[in-house]
Design a protein around this ligand. Structure first.
Ligand code: HEM
Ligand code: HEM
Length: 179
């Protein structure tokens, strides 16, 4: 693979990165917003169901993104970072990709196993649960989903700080490759 110096990630990978950023941000905002809305209100239902939809869209985008990513090496960072820095970035990006798949899957599985299905915002439609409900398993998966969601505030925060450090501290082209 011949990647010219100063090149960016392919357009599909750049676009899906930023669309995912917006979807994840909104998924966090909607699920936190529900705490300020009255239980049983239409507003709260809208917030929670929007959370489901946003999260499912993340999964839908991430699967083809990973397929495309596996066919393209990342464009080089100039000047090249040291081994430790490259290893840290590789680990963080792998963790983020795993999160973008596992987190929605946990949410979807917990709802479907709870027997409540996945309601879609502003409609009467819901993705129905099939088979017998397994409330205990559903609850465990929901707790795991909440734990992973909390943990990734830190991982995403570090990822953003690392991007800022490359841009303003190290002054390399790491961020420009994703713009
Ligand atoms: C990248 C996607 C997602 C992220 C980042 C995410 C994040 C979170 C977080 C942080 C919480 C805990 C909020 C709190 O208690 O403070 C949560 C709760 C929850 N999420 Fe997700 N989620 C995602 C996708 C999904 C999907 C696709 C579904 C289901 C279709 C889902 C279903 C749920 C449910 C049922 C809860 C518990 C809500 C409640 O207690 O009322 N999530 N999510
Ligand atoms: C202000 C917010 C963000 C900024 C400035 C940012 C910046 C960047 C940059 C510069 C890269 C390229 C890193 C490199 O190749 O060394 C990158 C990659 C990546 N980012 Fe972000 N990011 C942000 C938010 C997010 C969010 C919210 C997620 C997901 C939760 C995310 C997931 C990823 C993943 C998985 C990669 C690896 C991409 C690949 O190898 O194809 N980013 N990000």
């Amino acid at each position: 693979m011949n990647t010219p110096i100063g090149s960016r990630y392919p357009a599909f990978l750049r676009h899906t990165h930023w669309i995912t950023f917006v979807l994840v941000l909104l998924a966090y905002i909607t699920i936190n917003a529900r705490k300020f809305l009255e239980r049983g209100s239409a507003e709260r239902l809208f917030a929670v169901e929007s959370h489901f939809l946003l999260g499912m869209l993340v999964l839908l985008i991430t699967v083809p993104r990973i397929v495309v990513r596996l066919r393209h090496a990342a464009p080089p960072i100039v000047p090249e970072p040291g081994v430790a820095s490259r290893l840290a970035a590789w680990t963080a990006h792998l963790a983020l990709f795993v999160f973008l798949v596992v987190q929605p899957v946990l949410g979807i599985a917990s709802r479907l196993l709870s027997g409540r299905g996945i309601g879609l915002p502003l409609t009467e439609w819901a993705i129905p649960s099939v088979g017998a409900a397994q409330p205990e398993l559903a609850e465990s998966l929901e707790h795991l989903h909440e734990f992973v969601g909390e943990a990734f505030y830190y991982v995403i925060g570090i990822h953003i700080l690392a991007a800022l450090w490359h841009w303003l501290g190290r002054r390399d082209n790491a961020l420009q490759r994703m713009l």
